[in-house]
Design a protein around this ligand. Structure first.
Ligand SMILES: [Zn+2]
Length: 171
């Protein structure tokens, strides 16, 4: 598969401290979801559901790669790396990460994210919705391990579950 990482870089986020001295770096989950779901909705109208899913995974993957390189510590052994990831995901309000299964020999993982930023509390549609998160996990693990992965969300708030569950397999 050809890598198309695009132009997004960590520096594009800018200097938030400088730019928002009074407002600070926090905002409401509703604002994030308003952006995410309205953008998704207009893109689906133009390009169709499947194409948008694919592109959300790619966007998450790009973000995950930059996030891993600039926020996480690649020199850490797996247990510490996941601990740091869990800590960052909690601090940034992405969700509460739990590693249900980690097999580094075969590169198979099951990750659970509770109170997920993208979906927790959304209406149940019967379809998983955290495609961006699938990409985020993919990008992070790609950078950390140097391997490529398939990430599939199997449980989601939108499928009537209380947490999101991601099955991760190296390819
Ligand atoms: Zn979900």
């Amino acid at each position: 598969m050809k890598d198309t990482f695009g132009n997004f870089e960590w520096k594009d986020i800018g200097d938030i401290e400088l730019g928002r001295p009074a407002m600070g770096e926090k905002m409401h989950v509703a604002v994030y979801r308003m952006f995410h779901y309205s953008l998704r909705s207009v893109l689906e109208k133009s390009y169709g559901k499947e194409a948008v899913k694919h592109n959300l995974v790619e966007a998450g993957r790009l973000a995950g790669r930059e996030f891993c390189e600039h926020v996480l510590d690649l020199s850490l052994p797996p247990a510490d790396f996941f601990r740091l990831l869990r800590q960052n995901m909690a601090e940034l309000g992405i969700g509460i990460l739990e590693i249900e299964h980690a097999d580094f020999d075969n590169m198979i993982f099951i990750l659970k994210v509770s109170e997920d930023l993208d979906c927790s509390g959304v209406p149940v549609t019967g379809e998983t919705t955290c495609n961006y998160d699938e990409g985020l996990i993919m990008g992070i693990l790609e950078v950390y391990t140097g391997r490529k992965f398939i990430v599939k969300e199997t449980d989601c708030w939108s499928t009537g579950d209380w947490t999101c569950r991601f099955h991760v397999v190296a390819i």
